[in-house]
Design a protein around this ligand. Structure first.
Ligand SMILES: O=C(O)CCC(=O)C(=O)O
Length: 326
């Protein structure tokens, strides 16, 4: 019964940032209801400890308003995709790995880190939520595939910024954004995946202060897509593929950053071409977040086309009517 109450509470609270009840969706409610009654609603996950192809369902979780805001801003916040309990379980896995020394700057224990990133408590923060359906709503039903692993992203307190006099509320420098690169063929085409999906684990990120939140540059996907094409064509992507526009202040001006305010179990889905960054953390506690990378299942076959194609939404079959000629 307690579970059924918890289900009802979640059923009511899944929604877009600033629009708590907007996406009350039948299919989502059925999923949680079945889970509350003890029925298995878990996606089919292979025995391998990495993110595996998930059985897709013919459901729709995003409202038209949410899809339109994703098109406009390049990102979308979804509240309560995972329960607090799921987030706490995942956090325990991270804490254990940290206690063993993983996630130090030197990455002294990569195996411990890898093991943590493959733990079921971690990847179910993606697979056992509405996030796969939300990604399918954008990319197309039955059209998504996952990157190999989850990423555990930790942002410890950054004393050096405090020493430099940065205040709790001032914006991070406007050029401190990046978009993710990749290696090999992904480096050459600047398109390692289609969507970046972040799920918050640590508390305190819902406050408008520098607490290490993900920062996004809303709308920058429109500007960066053609600029990136130009860079690739001129062979200007010269760093190690992690940051396609380099790091200095000579980068294109894409406006001001916005902190993405999340509570544990909330998620943010961002277009791969959106300028983003982990924010400065001036708070006493480390910021802990998960990232999953999702692609259109034919992503590798259309890398050239993505680069040449005029639309930044080429792979977004689920919203093509709303995208129109953008
Ligand atoms: O730590 C964060 O929130 C940002 C992570 C990030 O920018 C990335 O993984 O590309």
């Amino acid at each position: 019964m307690v579970d059924a109450v918890a289900w009802f509470t979640r059923y009511r609270s899944i929604g877009c940032q600033g629009n708590g009840l907007a996406s009350l969706q039948h299919a989502t409610s059925i999923r949680y209801f079945k889970r509350a009654l003890g029925g298995s609603t878990h996606p089919k996950i292979c025995a391998t400890p990495s993110l595996a192809v998930r059985k897709t369902t013919p459901t729709m979780v995003l409202t038209e308003e949410q899809k339109r805001s994703f098109i406009r801003d390049g990102y979308l916040v979804l509240r309560n995709v995972a329960t607090r309990e799921m987030a706490k379980d995942a956090l325990r896995v991270v804490d254990k790995a940290r206690a063993k020394g993983a996630f130090t700057e030197e990455d002294a224990l990569p195996d411990v880190k890898r093991e943590a990133e493959r733990a079921p408590e971690i990847y179910r923060m993606m697979t056992d939520t509405i996030l796969p359906e939300a990604c399918e709503d954008l990319i197309g039903k039955g059209k998504i595939k996952y990157g190999k692993n989850a990423q555990i992203a930790i942002r410890p307190t950054e004393e050096k910024f405090k020493e430099k006099g940065m205040t709790m509320t001032e914006n991070m420098p406007k050029h401190k954004w990046h978009i993710d690169g990749g290696k090999g063929k992904y480096r050459k085409t600047a398109s390692p995946f289609t969507l970046l999906v972040g799920v918050a684990l640590s508390e305190g990120q819902d406050i408008e202060e520098n607490r290490g939140q993900l920062n996004v540059w809303p709308g920058s996907h429109f500007k960066l897509h053609p600029l990136l094409r130009e860079r690739v064509q001129k062979d200007l992507v010269t760093d190690n593929g992690q940051n396609l526009f380099g790091y200095g202040p000579g980068k294109p001006d894409i406006g001001q950053p916005k902190r993405v305010l999340l509570r544990p179990g909330d998620a943010c889905i961002a277009h791969q071409r959106l300028g983003h960054s982990g924010g400065v953390n001036l708070h006493a506690d480390p910021r802990i977040q998960l990232y999953f990378r999702v692609s259109h299942k034919n992503h590798d076959d259309c890398l050239e086309q993505i680069l040449e194609g005029s639309s930044v939404f080429l792979e977004f079959e689920g919203i093509k009517e709303l995208v129109g000629n953008l």
